[in-house]
Design a protein around this ligand. Sequence first.
Ligand code: AMP
Length: 436
Amino acid sequence: MAQKIQGTEDLYGDYMRAWQHMQDTARELFGAYGFDMIETPAIEQIDTFVHGIGESTDVVRKEMFRVVSGALFSTLLEAGSEHGLKPRQRMAMRPEGTAGVVRAVVENNLVPQGSSPAKFWYAEAMFRGERPQKGRLRQFHQIGLEWIGASDAASDSECIIVLLEFFKRLGFDPAQLHVALNSMGDEACRPAYREKVRQFIVDHQDAMCDDCLERAKINPLRSFDCKNEACHAIMQQAPLVTDNLCDACVSHYDQVKAYLHKAGIAFSEDPTLVRGLDYYTRTVFEIDVVGAAVGAIGGGGRYDGLVEVSGGKPTPAVGFAVGFERIMLALASCGHPLEIPQPSCVYVAYTDAPQRQAVFDATLALRRAGIRAEADYQGRSLKSQFKQADKLGASLCVIIGEDELAHNYYTVRDMQTHEQTCVEVDGLVAFVSEHC
Ligand code: AMP
């Protein structure tokens, strides 16, 4: 039997309804903040991600699914390396949303000089070649928001505020949501800080793992995230970014915090919070659920350098992404599982073959009026049609028997009270609209 790839999931039924509900919630909430939806291709040139996310990040080095067309695949195998491929032939499945949105904004010139910001949100599948485990999939779904062209610290704070509101609308108790906040500095102060951390790792190299020694060469800040306990303990003593920010970054960070205080948003500062993608500058944040033990359910930050790296004019930007599957796990573990009931429907039942045409006519009329209607398509007995109606959670059942057909009316049964009403054929849609 064909099987799905490990770390991927089929979305249907309750789970699919929850994913759609999450998108509807995002559409309504983010729409009120002036964000429009965008969808970028699931495959992009590798360079879009390499330049944006960073060559040294785990996402790019280890987790990106690389793609070549079928025709090129055998050439690639024969050549033994991808060096002969042109840049446009080297593709990858998107591991995150920001790099693609920024590419689209630059390519379509959506933030011309002096214009207002581009404000987009997306709901897309992402692909990362991670070792599958609970809450860590190879194909998962993110909802994200990108605010491109906004430099004011108010936009950083509003991103956090709208994100918390989104979680609240999904059913989280705001008291359980923990916001971790940090500033990662910018091009003026981060290079010197990075060098300090590199030197710190070199000074402690005897006690640190090989991965961290490698990180010291390419991206020392990643060592703050090392899972090795010894490294973790040592990194607690490492120089902190917040002690090494330039004046402009300190001032921006102070403003972000002041706006959050003003809005009554609780947060804790975590000077070791470094997000896994290279493009972040200044504000970074992550949200997790106290007691849920599923990891971060969302995170984001400012990425003032990314538009320029992607070939555009220098343009400040800020955004975030949340993971659908993680949110589902977190909600379930808090005792508020996201359960979206099936929409109610009307079932049209009949007693015998001569009434089948009347069933066809009634369901068609109901559906044309936008009412969800179901009927039997397998020649079931009346009894099993009723069972089916119950299973589908029908609120009303239209019954068409010999007498109904002969005298041009329907019997409509309320499935809860079992009360039955005779309704003229022409009056069915009006009756159902009123009672469904
Ligand atoms: P990131 O782009 O890594 O900051 O991830 C943003 C959010 O996406 C995380 O907070 C998680 O909720 C979710 N996420 C990231 N990686 C995975 C994964 N492999 N499987 C499921 N959800 C993920």
